[in-house]
Design a protein around this ligand. Structure first.
Ligand code: HEC
Length: 221
């Protein structure tokens, strides 16, 4: 996905253009062939596999984000509704509402960012990712510096400075993986370069109750 919305990707050709561009940026080779003015321009040769990209693109359209497994803890409807209202006023300006079953590539393009309007101009700002299935992707932030959703809704100072990562035990309460000592866990130290857990903490001064309401809503995305 391109993060500043600068390339159209509403139809198959535009999507292919975006995908080829991405592969070129990473490893594909391209041979541009010069042609004289009177000649019909000769297309460039590229190792980017366009047919495979189209197949991948079509496959992605059939995938949905995983839904919260109710057997590990039922979602509380009243709390979730309160969380939805908080989300509406504090979060949607950057994170678009997730509509299960409607996550087309078109929608992903306009998702997130500092504006969710489909007509928003491209910007050089870092885009917020869609939060579909966010319950399943701890630890949080781009560098995995926040262990669970509950801690993410705190200011950076209040979040854990160190915690253990690598546990396969899920914590359905705070929504993330458990951080106690277990086989294969290692220490994540937020004071190390690249591990900072700062940022994403100005989005509302939530009470404890409101935090849990938001967590309940985030579980449903
Ligand atoms: C000003 C824009 C903005 C607002 C408002 C905002 N976010 Fe975010 N959010 C971001 C950005 C940008 C990131 C990615 C940060 C990163 O990866 O370090 C993010 C990341 C996240 C993540 C972690 C995503 C991941 O994959 O790790 C969650 C969860 C989240 N936001 C929830 C919320 C909630 C809940 C609210 C409202 C209370 C909110 N955000 C308000 C911009 C915003």
């Amino acid at each position: 996905m391109q993060w500043n919305g600068s390339a159209e990707n509403g139809n198959d050709i535009e999507r292919l253009g975006r995908n080829v561009g991405e592969v070129l940026g990473v490893f594909a080779q391209t041979q541009f062939r010069a042609s004289s003015l009177l000649e019909i321009p000769r297309p460039a040769r590229t190792s980017a596999r366009r047919l495979h990209q189209a197949r991948l693109e079509n496959h992605l359209k059939t995938l949905w984000s995983p839904e919260w497994p109710e057997h590990i803890g039922k979602i509380d409807a009243a709390k979730k509704e309160a969380g939805r209202i908080l989300y509406q006023s504090n979060c949607v300006r950057c994170h678009e509402i997730v509509r299960h079953g409607l996550q087309t590539i078109q929608l992903l393009k306009t998702n997130g960012g500092t504006s969710t309007a489909a007509s928003a101009p491209p910007s050089l700002k870092y885009k917020a990712a869609p939060l579909a299935g966010i319950w399943a992707t701890a630890p949080y932030l781009h560098n995995g510096s926040v262990p669970n959703l509950y801690e993410l809704l705190h200011s950076a100072q209040e979040r854990p400075k160190t915690f253990l990562v690598g546990s396969s035990q899920f914590d359905p309460g705070k929504v993330g993986f458990r951080t106690e000592q277990a086989l294969g866990t290692t220490l994540f130290d937020t004071s190390k370069p690249g591990n900072s857990n700062a940022g994403h903490d100005m989005y509302g001064d939530f009470s404890e109750e409101e935090r849990w309401q938001l967590v309940e809503y985030l579980k449903s995305l």
